[in-house]
Each structure stands twice: as structure tokens, then as C-alpha cells.
Ligand binder design. Structure first.
Ligand SMILES: Nc1nc2c(ncn2[C@@H]2O[C@H](COP(=O)(O)OP(=O)(O)OP(=O)(O)O)[C@@H](O)[C@H]2O)c(=O)[nH]1
Ligand SMILES: [Mg+2]
Length: 383
């Protein structure tokens, strides 16, 4: 299956490109506004994601349906058009077999859904997959989006392609997570809540830069609050045989940066800040001002709760966050919740960490990997 994205100033403009490039067989996966990089970027146009099955000559979607969609998009506000060919809401599937316990479980889940007022349609996803997606806390709106995408694909989507198709729809929802461009990132400041894995992540990055890329790296900590914080970073620096310094004030940081003018990269650790502690988050702005051209990376834990995630993003958005790292992916019991958080806040995720081992347990962020984690057991259940 080929999945491509097209951008235009308006939705119809992007749809014209879909038609020209993929033809009228294309299936529209998603439509969404495009924003400038950064947490709260200005809208610059619209992106339409479309797919076509290159192995199947039969059309996935008729020209008529695409035309219908185009016509409705022209008369629908972008927020409502952000989806697909809207199918009639399907009736939830009956229990898979006659087993009474299984049937009761299905009924109980459906009642719970109704009671919660979610009304999530799941007729095309099926009960088992929907239950799984709810268990991993994928937001109801995204579950509905997947169900709608399956409805739009209809019988023309072969069963063996279903999981790849759903993964593509989910991954596209996260946008593109561009890898870090190290040549342009000389000074990187790691911020985030307490205990999220900031110091360990910086040590992993330093390890990769020194051992894999042969770069000259200096570690600096601004953490003068916690007993042992400097020793922790110094221990990693000693292992890599690189300098490690401490700056207690913005002026000291400025001096250190000048002193290490020959370094390729300066990685700066900070003390964990509770998102509730606005004053200490604000304090970081003084250090940022002392380091022109500095890049700021927000560390966010994969196992953070929904409200916690929102408050971390809100509080730290007062800083010029240009990158994010998702830590502790190995401890994430609810990948659907993580997916919802990253998608809602459109964080520019560069890496995921997935263990305590330094420097091994860090990889470039990959939306497809997170999509597979969200779907994993449902793929097994559907097989
Ligand atoms: N399972 C798991 N543990 C991790 C990961 N990253 C860090 N940790 C562990 O999380 C704990 C806290 O890590 P630190 O790097 O000290 O966290 P921090 O954000 O610097 O903490 P503060 O400086 O106190 O705010 C340590 O036990 C790390 O080994 C990860 O990806 N997976
Ligand atoms: Mg630390």
C-alpha cells in the first residue's frame, strides 16, 4: 500500500494533487491543518493523507466517492472535514460466538461505553480490537477515526492488509518526527519533570555522540539543588572521558560556554521541575537567555497520565521547546494514552528511550513503532 501526504493552501487544492498523483482510486485517510513547527505554530494550510493499494488494480474508492468527499469538504469547516468519507454509524457487532461469558463481556463493555457517553462506533473494527484499543486508553475519537477509515476502505481492503492500514492511519496522525539534525544543534538543554530520565537520557546522547560519531562533547549541569546530582552526571562523563562542569547562575553558564568554544556539542542537564512550580520553570529562562542559539528539549515520560502530560506541556511551553524525548517507553502500559498525548500536543519527538542501559536504550522516534505498540495485541486478536 502506498501512503502519501499532500499539502495545499486549501483542502480542495490538496485533493487535486491526490487525484493527479494517485488517481481516483485513492482512499483519503486523513485531512488536517498544517502548522508551523513548535508547540503552538500558526496554521499554514492543509495536509491530506491518501493511500492506494498498488497490488490491487481494483479501485479502493470510486471516483464518485472521492468527488462526493471533495464536494462535502468544500462546504464543511476544516475541523469537521478532518476525516474521511463519513459512513453511516455502524451497529456494534454481536458477540463472536455463543459463549455466554464472552457475550456478557461484550454487552458489559457496550453498556459502559454508552454510560460514558462515548458512543464510539466499532462495527468495522470489531469488538475485540475495540476493547483492546480502549484497554490501552486510545482516545475514543481516535478509535472512531480508525473505525471510520475501515468503513471507508470497505471490502476492498484485504483482511491481511488491515493491520498495516490501521497502523498507517495511526502513524499519520502523529505527523513527521524528523530526526535530530546534530550539525545544527550545538547546545542542548534538557528540561522536564522530576525523575523522568533527563540525566540518563543526556548520558545516552553523550555516549552516542562520543562513541558512535567521535564528537567532542561537554556535559554541564545546572542542578545545584539535589545532593548527588552533579556526581551522577560526572560519573557518566568519567566513563566517556569528557569534561563535566556545573553552572549555578546564568552568568556562570555563559562563562562555561565561552570556555568550551572548541566543543562540538554541549549537553546541559537541569534539576527536575514540578510542572506546578511555575517559578522554577521560569528560572530556566534566565539560563536560556545566557546561551544564544540554545536548543531546548522536553523530556516526557511514556507512562505519564493524561492530565499530567497536559500540565507538563502547558507549563514548559513557556520555554522555547524545539525537541522532545519520550522516556521509559519500556514501562508504558497504556500506549494509546501516550499516542493521544503526543498527538494532541503535537510534540516534536526526536527520541524514545526504552530502558536504563546507557547508552544503548535510546532510538530515534518513529511514529510507525508507536502505532504498532498501540495496535499490537489487537493485531494478534484479529489474526
Ligand atoms: N525503565 C526505564 N528507566 C529509565 C529510563 N530512563 C531513565 N530511567 C530511570 O529513571 C530513573 C530516574 O532517571 P534520571 O535520569 O535520574 O531522571 P532525572 O529526570 O534526571 O531525575 P531528576 O534529576 O531527579 O529530576 C533512574 O533510575 C533511571 O535509570 C528508561 O527509558 N526506562
Ligand atoms: Mg537528573
Amino acid at each position: 500500500m502506498i501512503v502519501r501526504s499532500y499539502t495545499g493552501r486549501t483542502v480542495p487544492e490538496a485533493l487535486d494533487q491526490v487525484r493527479n498523483d494517485l488517481g481516483t482510486h485513492a482512499l483519503i485517510i486523513e485531512t488536517r491543518p498544517v502548522r508551523e513547527p513548535g508547540l503552538f505554530g500558526r496554521r499554514t494550510g492543509f495536509e491530506v493523507v491518501a493511500a492506494v493499494d498498488q497490488d490491487r488494480p481494483a479501485p479502493i474508492m470510486s471516483a464518485h466517492r472521492l468527488a462526493d468527499w471533495t464536494a462535502s469538504a468544500l462546504h464543511t469547516p476544516p475541523s469537521q472535514a478532518a476525516g474521511l468519507v463519513p459512513p453511516p454509524a455502524p451497529v456494534p457487532a454481536p458477540a463472536p460466538d455463543g459463549d455466554l461469558a464472552a457475550e456478557l463481556l461484550v454487552i458489559r463493555r457496550q453498556l459502559a461505553r454508552l454510560a460514558a457517553g462515548s458512543g464510539t462506533p466499532c462495527g468495522h473494527l470489531g469488538e475485540a480490537a475495540t476493547a483492546h484499543l480502549e484497554d490501552v486508553e486510545l482516545p475514543a475519537a481516535v478509535v472512531a477515526e480508525l473505525d471510520t477509515a475501515l468503513a471507508a476502505a470497505g471490502d476492498r481492503l484485504p483482511p491481511e492488509r488491515r493491520d498495516a492500514f490501521l497502523a498507517a492511519v495511526l502513524a499519520r496522525g502523529l505527523g513527521t518526527w524528523a530526526p535530530i539534525a546534530w550539525p545544527q544543534v550545538r547546545t542542548l538543554l534538557m528540561v522536564g519533570p522530576t525523575g523522568v530520565g533527563k540525566t540518563t537520557t543526556l548520558a545516552k546522547l553523550a555516549g552516542q555522540l562520543v562513541l558512535d560519531l567521535g564528537r567532542r562533547v561537554v556535559l554541564v549541569t545546572l542542578d545545584t539543588y539535589r545532593v548527588g546530582a552533579q556526581d551522577q552526571l560526572k560519573a557518566y562523563a568519567d566513563l566517556l572521558d569528557i569534561p563535566c562542569d556545573t553552572a549555578a547562575t546564568p552568568a556562570q553558564l555563559g562563562d562555561l560556554l565561552r570556555a568550551h568554544a572548541g566543543a562540538d556539542h554541549i549537553l546541559i542537564d537541569t534539576a527536575g521541575r514540578s510542572p506546578a512550580d511555575a517559578a522554577r520553570v521560569h528560572e530556566l529562562r534566565g539560563f536560556i537567555r545566557a546561551a544564544p542559539g540554545i536548543d531546548v528539549c522536553l523530556a516526557i515520560a511514556a507512562n505519564a497520565g493524561r492530565a499530567e502530560c497536559a500540565s507538563v506541556v502547558e507549563r514548559f511551553s513557556t520555554l522555547p521547546i524545539g525537541h522532545a524525548v519520550v522516556t521509559k517507553l519500556d514501562e508504558c502500559a497504556a500506549p494509546g494514552r501516550l499516542y493521544g498525548c503526543l498527538r494532541r500536543h503535537r510534540l516534536p519527538v526526536r527520541w524514545c528511550t526504552h530502558g536504563q542501559e546507557v547508552p544503548a536504550d535510546i532510538t530515534p522516534a518513529d511514529p510507525a513503532d508507536l502505532a504498532r505498540r498501540v495496535l499490537a495485541p489487537s493485531a494478534a486478536a484479529a489474526a
